[in-house]
Design a binder for this molecule. Structure first.
Ligand SMILES: C[S@@+](CC[C@H](N)C(=O)[O-])C[C@H]1O[C@@H](n2cnc3c(N)ncnc32)[C@H](O)[C@@H]1O
Length: 287
């Protein structure tokens, strides 16, 4: 019950934060207020930031766990909203706006989906914000490459069809990942389980009947999609190689545990269903 509450709090904070996407519309409809947006947009954004953080912090300050969720979800929402405004109002930096939206939505929805499908495993780490040092370096590298190219070779950021393809890959990949979490529910965990929990069953239906590792396929597709979207050739190659290696090792380790848990049933599943990531075959038992 408490965790369903966390799902509600996270949803509410993200929506409150991202509500700034409505500002231009509101100011446009109330045209006598339009000057506020036109001339004072930075002040309006700052007031919104202080209001969202201030109001929620005041309400939840005595509930440490909820407060921490509010701060993360609220600020991910605000950043998502800023990404949206950037994508709408700047021609030069619009792709970066798309990227910010895709990144913030990915992290917030990891928490949200965990809260909805496997609340027992929910912690602040479910936002995956403190993932790994390599993940942060990769994110920073993609920003650096984008800005260097946008400033030195601006024509590189004008391939609209390539960016659209990347956006579709990112949205599709994220959708597949969340669909996998929804399908596997309590059997899905952000960390590889080394001991079998009570009630852990082998999931072979839905997207798991198409790929053995659909959430990794989704994540891989999402991460490459963000680089295609930004028209970042160097990071695209880097992400493709490094993520492939990461998922190859992770799937190998995960399948050793799954074979221990489910034995013959997992062997049978391996025979019928591919991992989903090209040239990754998982753990093969030598008979
Ligand atoms: C981050 S989830 C990833 C699940 C899966 N590899 C995927 O890509 O959708 C990792 C956890 O899911 C569990 N898991 C993976 N495949 C599973 C399956 N087919 N049925 C049940 N649990 C599974 C593993 O035990 C592990 O603890």
């Amino acid at each position: 019950m408490a965790m369903i509450r966390q799902a509600r709090i996270s949803l509410l904070s993200f929506c409150a934060g991202s509500s700034l996407i409505l500002f231009p519309l509101v100011f446009h409809c109330l045209s006598f207020l339009y000057f506020l947006w036109r001339d004072l947009w930075l002040a309006v954004l700052l007031i919104h930031f202080v209001a969202v953080n201030g109001v929620f912090s005041a309400v939840y300050v005595h509930q440490k766990d909820s407060y921490r969720v509010v701060v993360r979800a609220g600020n991910l929402g605000i950043t998502f909203g800023l990404g949206f405004l950037l994508s709408m109002y700047s021609t030069r930096w619009s792709l970066f706006g798309w990227y910010i939206m895709s990144l913030t939505f990915f992290h917030w929805s990891e928490y949200q989906m965990t809260a909805m499908t496997n609340p027992k495993s929910l912690t602040l780490e479910s936002f995956l914000l403190d993932h790994s040092r390599e993940y942060k370096i990769a994110a920073a590298a993609s920003c650096v490459e984008f800005f260097v190219e946008a400033l030195l070779l601006p024509s590189m950021t004008t391939f609209r069809y390539i960016s659209l393809l990347g956006a579709m890959m990112a949205v599709g990949g994220d959708f597949l990942r969340k669909l996998s979490m929804w399908t596997a529910r309590t059997n899905f965990n952000h960390y590889i389980q080394h001991t079998k929990q009570d009630g852990h069953v082998l999931v072979t239906w839905g997207v798991y009947s198409v790929f053995r590792h659909p959430s990794y396929v989704g994540w891989y597709c999402w991460s490459l999609g963000t680089q295609v979207m930004l028209c970042n050739p160097i990071c695209l190659v880097m992400y493709a190689v490094v993520s492939w290696k990461f998922f190859s090792e992770r799937i190998f380790d995960e399948e050793i545990c799954l074979l221990n848990f489910f034995g013959e049933d997992y062997l049978d599943y391996q025979r019928k269903v591919p991992t989903g990531i090209p040239f990754i075959y998982g753990y093969k038992q030598l008979l």
